[in-house]
Design a binder for this molecule. Structure first.
Ligand SMILES: NC(=O)c1ccc[n+]([C@@H]2O[C@H](COP(=O)([O-])OP(=O)(O)OC[C@H]3O[C@@H](n4cnc5c(N)ncnc54)[C@H](O)[C@@H]3O)[C@@H](O)[C@H]2O)c1
Length: 325
């Protein structure tokens, strides 16, 4: 299947591209490179450097390439920016999304997979929640993801498309940007490998459900491939297991030390310090993946310790490759 991947040069998008190729599909990437990188992509993949807000250019790409499937991942990703600039968030995550869905519908796309967010929709929840749980988006980012789902449901119903909203929990793995506000694993891996200090906001007992990027990528591709009964389906993509930040920090510290030792390198790594809690951080967010198994035959494959080890190795390759000053 020929598949447009918006945001395909980003962290999750580039893993989706890899998985599409591995399963015999033909990915086409649309990305404005605001946070993504060409280095994340194999050279044979067609790439269009276009902002999803540019309707005319988007339209000409669809006219030229005539894709059958769409994975829509391009987004304004920062929760704090969405709080400061809700209109900018909506420009990309609502108006940009509408451009993409509208043009895809015009060119008779058969299936759309949309990256939604379990964390932003369900808010503070102590037990792994199923898809029917109440939606309580608090941030502008959460509101735009929720609106995006409603628009997908609308296009699916009205234009005979199959629409799938995947509600990811906290995704981590190689290629995640360690310079953002989120992605504690990327930030800690990079800093600990460099022997830098790491800070845990608050008491470190905030719980999240960490799911590995390549596992999430497979869920996206299965959502394109599997026969689906309903025109619109929302599916959680998560592990169902919560881990607190203290535990994440301790595991990354232990695995980084172990990794450096096997390579004959000694770096003293300070343990994480605790700083003030961040306003608005959720106490607990846990998400059930049971429906994903039923509908997509998907379940997470990579255990946390294995995913962390691979992520540490990947960040080390990046750090070692940079010139030393
Ligand atoms: N990482 C997570 O834990 C997580 C959790 C839930 C949902 N999501 C969603 O998954 C998607 C991908 O996230 P990611 O973690 O890979 O982030 P990312 O920043 O690595 O990827 C986003 C990609 O979109 C591109 N992009 C941004 N604005 C664009 C625009 N206006 N036009 C064209 N391209 C644009 C960026 O350059 C980047 O390549 C996003 O929609 C995000 O909201 C991510």
């Amino acid at each position: 299947m020929k598949v447009v991947v918006t945001g395909g040069a980003g962290f999750i998008g580039s893993h989706v591209v890899d998985t599409l190729l591995a399963r015999g599909h033909f990915p086409i990437v649309i990305d404005d490179f605001s946070s993504g990188s060409r280095k994340n992509l194999p050279s044979e993949v067609p790439v269009f450097a276009v902002d999803i807000r540019d309707r005319e250019k988007l339209s000409s790409i669809f006219a030229e390439t005539r894709p059958e499937g769409l994975v829509h991942l391009a987004a304004q990703m920062s929760v704090s920016r969405s709080m400061r600039e809700p209109a900018f968030d909506a420009e990309v995550n609502v108006m940009g999304l509408l451009n993409v869905f509208d043009i895809a519908a015009h060119y008779e796309i058969q299936r759309i997979v949309f990256a939604s967010s379990g964390g932003a929709l369900y808010g503070d929840v102590n037990d792994p929640v199923a898809e029917e749980a109440p939606k309580r988006p608090i941030s502008a980012y959460g509101i735009s993801k929720w609106v995006g789902e409603q628009y997908l449901e609308f296009y699916a119903r009205e234009r005979g498309i199959k629409g799938v909203a995947l509600r990811f929990s906290n995704v981590y793995g190689p290629r995640q940007n360690p310079h953002g506000e989120a992605g504690v694993i990327a930030i800690f891996c990079q800093r600990m490998l460099s022997g830098e200090t790491t800070t845990i906001h608050g008491d470190g007992r905030d719980i999240r459900d960490y799911v590995y990027g390549p596992d999430v990528a497979l869920a996206n591709v299965l959502a394109l491939e599997k026969p689906l009964e309903n025109s619109f389906t929302a599916i959680n993509i998560s592990t169902g297991t919560g881990t607190d930040v203290n535990e994440i920090s301790a595991q990354i510290l232990r695995l980084t030390k172990q990794y450096l030792k096997t390579r004959g390198r000694t770096t003293s790594i300070p343990g994480s310090q605790h700083g003030p809690a961040r306003h608005g951080d959720l106490r607990s967010n846990q998400i059930s993946p049971l429906y994903a198994e039923k509908i997509l035959g998907w379940r997470p494959q990579v255990p946390l310790s294995e995913g962390l080890s691979t992520t540490i190795r990947w960040f080390d390759a990046g750090i070692s490759a940079r010139p030393l000053v």
